[in-house]
Design a protein around this ligand. Sequence first.
Ligand SMILES: [Zn+2]
Length: 226
Amino acid sequence: MPNLARPYGLRRFALPWLMLDAALPSRCFSCRTRLGSTQALGACRGCWMSLSPALEVTPIPVGGATVTSAVHYDELARRYLLRAKFGRRRELFEPMGAMILAAFRSVPFRPSCIVPVPSHPWMTWSRGFTPSREIARVVSRSTGVPMRALLYRRWFPWKSFKRLNRSARRTLAARAFGHLPGLHGQSVLLIDDLMTSGNTLAECVRLCSQAGANEIHGLVWAKAVF
Ligand SMILES: [Zn+2]
C-alpha cells in the first residue's frame, strides 16, 4: 500500500502545527470548541459565562458555624477545578478567587484573619501550590484581611478522604489536622476550594474553636452535593 503521507510531505507539514497546538492550545479546555479572540486562560467566553453563581449558606454542626459557597458545582465547575488543581493551572484561581470574593461581600461576617484549609503536604509538594491558599490570597489582597496559615495537615494518616464512609471520614479528619498558636480571640474565615462531606471544614472549625477563636465561618468556591 502506498504511503500517502510521504509524497505530499504531510508528516513534515503537520508535525510543527501539532507541536504548536500542544504549546498554545487553540481549543477551550472545557467544551473543546475552537478558541476565538474572546478567550481567557484557555476557556471560551461561553464557558466562563456559564459558570453559575449560586450563593448558598450551609450550617456546620460545630459551634454555630456556617459555610458560604459561591458557585453551583455542576460538570462545568468540576472541569474548571480539575484543570486548576490537577492540570496545575494556578492562574485559574485568580478568577475563582474573584467569584468567592463576591460571595464574601454578600455575607455580614467580617473576619480578623483568613485561614486557608490545608491540603495534604504531599499534594502541596507535588503540585507546588495549595488551592485554598491561592483563592484565599485573592480575598486577602482585595479586602485587606490578613491571610494566616495557622492550620496544617499532618503527613500521617496518609489516607485520602475519598471512598471513606461518613464516620471513617470524621475519624480521619480528627487525626489529620493540627493548629499553630495565634487563633485566640480571632474571628476566623476559613477558605477552601471545594466542600464535599463537610467533615474537613467541621474539623477545622473545631480546631479553631479549641484554640480560642471567637467566631468562625467558612467560604468555599463550590459545594458538591452527594
Ligand atoms: Zn468552552
